[in-house]
Structure formats: structure tokens, C-alpha cells
Ligand binder design. Structure first.
Ligand code: ATP
Ligand code: MG
Length: 589
């Protein structure tokens, strides 16, 4: 019921268009049902010369001539064509409008859901909901919904017209219909599972393909081509088998259903002929009945399908509602927009992505504005998580984070993110020009500003070596940037505007030590009074910061200057020894 309500909500604003479509369906039905009436008149009255009623509308319309009757039939068919066109046009218009509205709503919502939503939802699944689920609804709204009205109208009007001609033959003509309808229901409701199995197999096929194409470098580097081909062939044959079974089921259905339909027509012919022979019916009536029967059977046979499509659409509506019902970022947003200086304090912060596993445990520290802090810790110790919490991509489970003495929960998220620059560990670049990638956050920037940011990130001279310089397109169809170049584009993007707090999450891992040092010194020169947090595995980088936080297994195990940390036993000293002893400073922690 809830889903039907939601579907109606999606359809809101299209009542008039649907009304037009339904009216067109009504007239299309009436005009097509009038044709057998004319034919009956031709056979019985014009050719048979029986009980000719000179005042009937048919007599007037046809002028009591065969040619007139032909013209009336052609006219009715033409009118029917126009109404069918109007129906198609109106329902397509409405359904496309609704589909667009749903897609826009999903996109809009997805942009504003909380970030943690994405850790519990598969991207492929979300894409499917935003595309094929919407498509299921669109198809239902474009074709089926009008079809339902059409079928019920057809059945009602045909039964009424038949009854007017001969009540007893009507009984015969409708005798097998309940069986045909039940069979169609039975079939289409059972076939749903087979469709689902095929959909899943198809989804599997595309994910194998997608994974392969995305990871083609790994495939080639490890010589995994034969394995990949085999894996693809496996899912491909699985899909073929399942589709084959589906097609077989359909073949069975249509043949059995055909048999029943022809039996129904045969019954009409048999009883019609007998009663005709006895003189209680005319040939024209029997002919009209056979024509009506033909018109009636097809819609009746697909009734099951239409209703099962309706069921499918409701499932899609539910899947889309699941997205639209998730909480949005702004629902728990703060309201303050304070001037941010860059003092940061964590007070007893605990956090876990899910309830069962705590990632950060009792984190307490404070950083003064303008300090440069290094963060070291084994992989998985919670360094990136710490950075996410500061910008409220995730919320603390308990404890508070304060910025200049204000709880970050009271600060508007957008405001916070505007003032805390975070260079993410994983670089994402759009398939656009370097210039656009750098200035993505800002609308009205000039080339000077972009170049300045690129210079601070020591990327400028690299870019100038490209043929198209700042207009070089990055990504699949453009130039492939090296890992270090990509990281520096991401850095340039973040430092486009000076911010009171900047966090670099392992952002210099892919550049050599020399470049690393250059970037840091140019950052210091340009943004010296910014509170800077540098997450790194490189001791040389960390050694130059004011203080270093050591995170182990979600806890702070040390937080001191480089000199003090190398003087005491612990992770920092061990890594410092490894990286300096052998002179392999890039060894990593
Ligand atoms: P690295 O040095 O490898 O970048 P890290 O210290 O940055 O490691 P985090 O990314 O903060 O580590 O991850 C800390 C822990 O949280 C890891 O054990 C990881 O498995 C887990 N984790 C990270 N992201 C999620 C997530 N979205 N959902 C569930 N668990 C997560
Ligand atoms: Mg990390």
C-alpha cells in the first residue's frame, strides 16, 4: 500500500496527461468494437436483406450501400489509429516526465545522503536502482497502466455488446475466459522468479566484465588472461542456460494458451452454427461474435503479465524509496558558521564503522592553530578515519571534537568542509582538463590562481611539458597521469583557497623524497600559519613536523616531537631505525 502511495506521488502532476491517454483508449476501444457491428449489418441486413431497420444509425451512415459500409469501416479504423497514437503519445509523455523526475530525485538525494551511507551500499546496486528500476517503472507507466484500463474496458464493453446480440452465445463465448485468465496469472507470477534469476546472471556477467576491464593492468601483468576468459565463459554460459529456460517456459505458455484460445473460438463457431442452423441466430451475429472473441482473447491473455509487471514496478518503487528515505546530511547539520582559526581538540573520541568493531578508542589530544602535526601508524590503525571525523564525513560514536572550542556538531558541515581542506588518500580525478580538475570547487577563478596552486604542489613544470598544458584532459580518453602527478593535482585542488586547517592523507606517498620536501617547503612558505596534519609513512617527512602522533590499533600511543620520540622505545623509533639504518627512506612503515 505504501508503495502504491509512493507511485502515485511520483505520478503527481500528470493527471491530465493520463486522463487524455485514458480518454483516447476509451475511444480507440469503442471505434474498434463498432467495426464488427457494421460487418454484422452488412452480412445480415445489406446482403441477407433481413429485418432492415431504415432508421438505425448504420442505415443513415452507410446510406444502405456496401460502398458506404466500406467507407464507414475505413473511417472507424482511421479514427482508431488516431486514438491509439494519442494514447501512445500521452502515456509516453507522462512516463518520460515521471522517469526524469524520479532520476533527478534519486540523484539529488544521493548527493545529500550522509557519507557513511556509501560504506554500506554497493555502487553497482545504487546505479541499478537509479537506472533499471526507474526503467521498470517507466515501462509500466508508459504501456501497462493504460493497458490495464484498456483490458477492463475491452472486456466490459465487448461482453455488453455480445449480450445485446445474444445472451446465450455470450455465455459460451466467455466460458473458457476464467481458465485462460487463471492460467495467465499462474504463469506470469511464477515466471517472475525466472526473470529474477536471469537478471542476476546478467548482473554477474556485467560485473565480471567491468572488473576485468577496470583491472586489465593487473590481468595482463599477472598473465591472468586465460583465467579471466574462462571465468567469463562460465558466467556467460550460465546466463545462456537461464535465458534458454526462460524462453522455453514462454514457448510452453504461449502454445498452451493458444490451444485454449482456439478452443474458445471453436466453441463459439460450433454453438453459433448450431443455433444458426436452428434459426435462433443470424450468420452476422456469429461472425460478429468470432471477431469479438479474437479481440477479447489477446488482452485477456496478457492480463496476468500486466499485473505481474505491476508487481515488479512496486518492487522497484520500494527499492527506490529505500534510497529516498535514507537520512540526509542536512538533517543533523549544525547551524554555526564560526571564524575558524585552527585549534583542534579531541575529547574522549570513540568511533566504529559498525557497532561490533571499534576503530578509534579513547582519542584525546589537542593541536594549536598553526601547528604542523605528523601522524604515523601501521596500516589500518585508523589514521584516515581520524581525518574523516574532523570533517564530519562520519560522526563520532562518543566523545567530542572541538574546533576553536566549538563542538563540530554545531558547525554547518559545508562550512566545516570549506575550512578544513582534506586531500584524500585515494585520488579521484574527473575525465576533464587538469585546469578543471584543480578548480573543481571554485566557480570564478582565474588562471593565475590555478597556476599558483599547481606551483605550490610542484606540478606546474610537469603540466607545461604537456602539449595542451592546463587544457590536457586527464583520464581514459586523455593523458594518463603518473601516480605522483595525480596526487599533486589533488593537492593543488585542495590548496586552491587558503584554509585554516589542511589534512594530507598519505598524499605524498607516490612522489619521491625530494619532491615531497619541495612540496612541503612551498606549502609552508604559502600557508605557514595553517594548521597542517600530515599522515605519512615516511619518517623524513614526519621528522620535520612540530609534533608526531603515533596511532596503533586505534589508540594514540605517543604524541611528541621527533627528538623525543627517537629517544624512547616504540614504533616511531623502530621505523626511524629501519628507514635510516639501511638508507632506504622510502621503505615505508
Ligand atoms: P592506511 O595506512 O592503510 O591508510 P589507515 O590508518 O588510514 O590505514 P583507516 O582507513 O582509518 O586506516 O581504517 C581503519 C580501520 O577501519 C581498518 O581496519 C579498516 O578495515 C576499517 N575501515 C575503513 N573504512 C571502513 C568502512 N568504510 N567501513 C568499515 N570499516 C572500514
Ligand atoms: Mg588511510
Amino acid at each position: 500500500m505504501k508503495n502504491i502511495k509512493q507511485l502515485l506521488k511520483f505520478m503527481k502532476g500528470n493527471a491530465f496527461t493520463y486522463f487524455m491517454a485514458m480518454t483516447a483508449v476509451f475511444f480507440a476501444t469503442v471505434t474498434s468494437l463498432l467495426v464488427p457491428v457494421v460487418i454484422r449489418y452488412v452480412i445480415d441486413d445489406l446482403i441477407g436483406g433481413k429485418n432492415a431497420d431504415a432508421s438505425s444509425w448504420l442505415a443513415t451512415m452507410t446510406g444502405r450501400s456496401l460502398l458506404g459500409a466500406c467507407l464507414v469501416i475505413i473511417g472507424l479504423t482511421l479514427l482508431r489509429g488516431i486514438f491509439i497514437f494519442l494514447k501512445g503519445w500521452a502515456s509516453a509523455l507522462a512516463s518520460e516526465r515521471i522517469a526524469k523526475k524520479i532520476k533527478d530525485q534519486i540523484m539529488n538525494h544521493l548527493q545529500h545522503v550522509r557519507y557513511d551511507f556509501y560504506s554500506s551500499h554497493d555502487t553497482g546496486d545504487l546505479i541499478q536502482r537509479a537506472t533499471s528500476d526507474v526503467e521498470t517503472i517507466r515501462k509500466f507507466l508508459a504501456v501497462q497502466i493504460v493497458e490495464v484500463v484498456n483490458i477492463f474496458m475491452m472486456v466490459g464493453v465487448i461482453a455488453y455488446m455480445m449480450y445485446g446480440m445474444s445472451p446465450k452465445l455470450t455465455l459460451v463465448a466467455l466460458s473458457l475466459i476464467p481458465i485462460i485468465v487463471s492460467f495467465s496469472f499462474y504463469f506470469f507470477f511464477n515466471i517472475k522468479n525466472k526473470f529474477k534469476v536471469c537478471d542476476e546472471a546478467e548482473g554477474k556477467l556485467s560485473s565480471v566484465l567491468q572488473e576485468n576491464l577496470n583491472g586489465i593492468k593487473v590481468v595482463k601483468a599477472f598473465g591472468r588472461e586465460p583465467y579471466e576468459i574462462e571465468r567469463f565463459e562460465e558466467v556467460n554460459s550460465d546466463l545462456r542456460n537461464k535465458v534458454q529456460k526462460l524462453i522455453q517456459s514462454f514457448a510452453c505458455y504461449w502454445s498452451i494458451s493458444d490451444l485454449m484460445c482456439f478452443s474458445q473460438i471453436a466453441l463459439v463457431i460450433i454453438f453459433g452454427s448450431i443455433w444458426c442452423y436452428e434459426g435462433s441466430l443470424t450468420i452476422g451475429v456469429v461472425f460478429a461474435f468470432v471477431t469479438y472473441e479474437g479481440m477479447l482473447l489477446f488482452p485477456v491473455r496478457i492480463l496476468g503479465r500486466v499485473l505481474s509487471e505491476f508487481g515488479k514496478s512496486l518492487v522497484s518503487v520500494e527499492r527506490i524509496s529505500e534510497i529516498l528515505d535514507t537520512a540526509q546530511d542536512n538533517e543533523d547539520d549544525g547551524h554555526l558558521e564560526p571564524v575558524i582559526k585552527g585549534n583542534i581538540e579531541f575529547k574522549g573520541v570513540n568511533f566504529g564503522y559498525d557497532e561490533n568493531r571499534e576503530i578509534l578508542k579513547d582519542i584525546n589530544f589537542s593541536i594549536k592553530a598553526g601547528e604542523t602535526i605528523g601522524i604515523l601508524g601501521p596500516t589500518g590503525s585508523g589514521k584516515s578515519t581520524l581525518a574523516y571525523l574532523m570533517t564530519r564525513l562520519y560522526e563520532t560514536t562518543s566523545g567530542t571534537i572541538e574546533i576553536d572550542g566549538i563542538d563540530v556538531k554545531q558547525v554547518k558541515k559545508q562550512w566545516l568542509r570549506k575550512h578544513i581542506g582534506l586531500v584524500l588518500q585515494e585520488t579521484f580525478l574527473y575525465a576533464k582538463s587538469i585546469q578543471e580538475n584543480i578548480s573543481i570547487k571554485h566557480e570564478d577563478v582565474n588562471t593565475d590562481q590555478i597556476q599558483k596552486a599547481a606551483k605550490v604542489a610542484t606540478l606546474h613544470h610537469n603540466i607545461m611539458e604537456f602539449e595542451e598544458q592546463y587544457d590536457t584532459v586527464v583520464g581514459e580518453k586523455g593523458v594518463s597521469l603518473s601516480g605522483g602527478q595525480r596526487q599533486r593535482v589533488a593537492i593543488a585542488r585542495t590548496i586552491m583557497a587558503p584554509m585554516p586547517v589542511m589534512i594530507f592523507d598519505d598524499s605524498l606517498s607516490a612522489v619521491d623524497t625530494e619532491t615531497d620536501r619541495m612540496i612541503r617547503s612551498s606549502l609552508k612558505k604559502s600557508y605557514g600559519d595553517t594548521t597542517t596534519l600530515i599522515i605519512s609513512h615516511r619518517i623524513n617527512t614526519l621528522a620535520e613536523t612540530d609534533r608526531i602522533m603515533v596511532l596503533e590499533n586505534g589508540r594514540i600511543t605517543a604524541f611528541d616531537t621527533h627528538d623525543k620520540l627517537v629517544a624512547q622505545e616504540g614504533l616511531y623509533k623502530r621505523i626511524w631505525e629501519i628507514q635510516n639504518l639501511v638508507g632506504l627512506e622510502d621503505l615505508g612503515a
